[in-house]
Design a protein. Sequence first.
Length: 244
Amino acid sequence: MTAHSARVAPPGQDAPPFKPSLVKAVFRDVTSLHVSRSAAWAAGSVTRTVLTEIVRGAQGAAAAEARRKLTPGDLLAAIDRNVEVEVGSTWYSHSPTFRGLTGVVTDANGVVVPSPKRSRTRRPSAVVGAHRFEPGTKKLLRSLGATAVPAMVRDLDGIASVFLTDLARSAAMVVREGGVRRFGEVTLGEPEEAAPRPFPKDSLPVLSTRTGDRRTIGGDDVLAATTIQLFGGIRQRALTEARS
């Protein structure tokens, strides 16, 4: 599959809750590269998969307490139960939900570094632009039969915004560097082992050197970026759903 041949949803099929226009806007915030339609659909699909996993985990936590409406506490429980959904961590330092849970940061002299304050700059950022994700987040919640308090919706917006921004940066890097292999590989075994464990078979096609032009982010570039941003079962589900 070439960088321009990733499938997009055919007429009549449900679109990802995060529209291609929003996805392209996020990509424009971090790169001047053109974003193909297939890339926008793939990125929206991957983001949907990530948030779906988070919401389902939160639903499980709420159900354990005989509740239906999701709260920020359910979000924390979902992440605690499944480390694979710990994404968009830049949002954590900006959300009251995670305050006190990310540890205290000190400088070289041991002085506590205060939490980041809201910036008044007009420079686009994933945190400032999180509100753009609210319609898609609410649509996703409805599709999963879930309701959430406003603070929970805001956290989901923020995580989605930061994750998609990170995905966009990785996709742009894939284009610039000509593929994932040039970033090196991580050995998961003991030092004396002869070779690292292989990536899942479904990931191998997107790890090879890309063949598209250097001016356009294609669908395969987003899939390659997904292998950078995610791991484990959620990575495989995201790749499978984005391809189908």
